[in-house]
Ligand binder design. Structure first.
Ligand SMILES: [Zn+2]
Length: 110
C-alpha cells in the first residue's frame, strides 16, 4: 500500500559507484569509451577545462544520453592535455567561476 515511503533506490548507489569509477578511469588515463552511469553505454568521453590559473576541472560527457558531470581538481589532472580542453565547456566554466565570485555576498553590517 504505502510503498512510496519505504522505497529505497538501489540504483542510486550503483550510479554513484559508476561515477567514482569514472573519476578513477580518468586518473589512470582512460579518457574514452567509459561506461555511462545513466545509460550504461560505453559512451563517456573525458574533457578538461582550465578556466582560471588555479582551476582545473574534469568533465565526463556521454555521447548517447544527456549525462554529464564534472569534478573540480585540486591540481592539474595527470592526463590533462590541451587537446582535451573543450573551449565550449571552458566558457561555461568561466561563467560559473565568475558567478561564484560575484555571488559571494559582501559582509554587511545589518
Ligand atoms: Zn549515457
Amino acid at each position: 500500500m504505502s510503498r512510496e515511503n519505504s522505497q529505497t533506490r538501489p540504483t542510486s548507489n550503483d550510479k554513484l559507484a559508476l561515477q567514482v569509477q569514472l573519476v578513477h578511469e580518468a586518473d589512470i588515463g582512460h579518457l574514452d569509451n567509459l561506461i555511462c552511469p545513466n545509460c550504461r553505454h560505453e559512451a563517456i568521453s573525458v574533457w578538461f577545462t582550465h578556466p582560471a590559473p588555479d582551476v582545473y576541472r574534469t568533465w565526463f560527457i556521454c555521447a548517447d544520453c544527456d549525462f554529464h558531470t564534472r569534478v573540480q581538481d585540486l591540481k592539474r589532472p595527470t592526463f590533462f592535455s590541451d587537446d582535451r580542453v573543450s573551449t565550449e565547456l571552458e566558457e561555461r566554466d568561466l561563467a560559473i567561476v565568475r558567478q561564484s565570485i560575484f555571488k559571494r555576498p559582501p559582509q554587511r553590517p545589518m
